[in-house]
Design a protein around this ligand. Structure first.
Ligand code: ZN
Length: 137
């Protein structure tokens, strides 16, 4: 029997540099060239000033848990072997928030404010998904 596949992210024109960064072990975010506001998810327009001029910066990969939920019931059979797992919003030290998973820890130890560091979960030749692990402050 074949193993059920999880959905794999499909890069688009806006997110391609982000996924290329992940593939190289770097967590990149956009920064507006006009007002210097960092942003995530990848998109063409700055939400602060409306500028379409931006560049990519490499983050520290460090942040903290802003919010989380422990998933006990798999949303599809492909996630059945993962439960319980942590779906979290991590706030990077650079100020942006991203939805992700906190992994490689007892799910009951995850807490708001917990310091975390990015790791990359390779799911295909082109795609490595950023997830986070707890670290000492
Ligand atoms: Zn801006």
């Amino acid at each position: 029997m074949s193993k059920l596949a999880k959905p794999i992210p499909v890069p688009n024109e806006d997110s391609k540099p982000y996924w290329e960064g992940c593939n190289a072990g770097k967590l990149l975010i956009q920064r507006c060239k006009a007002c210097a506001t960092p942003r995530f998810y990848p998109r063409i327009v700055c939400g602060s000033c409306g500028s379409m001029d931006s560049d990519w910066i490499e983050t520290s990969g460090r942040g903290s848990v802003f919010s989380y939920s422990i998933i006990h019931r798999a949303p599809s059979p492909a996630f059945k072997d993962d439960v319980p797992y942590v779906l979290a919003i991590v706030e990077l030290d650079e100020g942006v928030r991203m939805m992700t998973n906190v992994v490689k820890c007892d799910v009951s130890t995850v807490a708001v404010g917990m310091p975390v560091q990015v790791v990359f979960d390779r799911v295909s030749e082109e795609i490595a998904v950023p997830k986070f692990v707890p670290v000492e402050k």
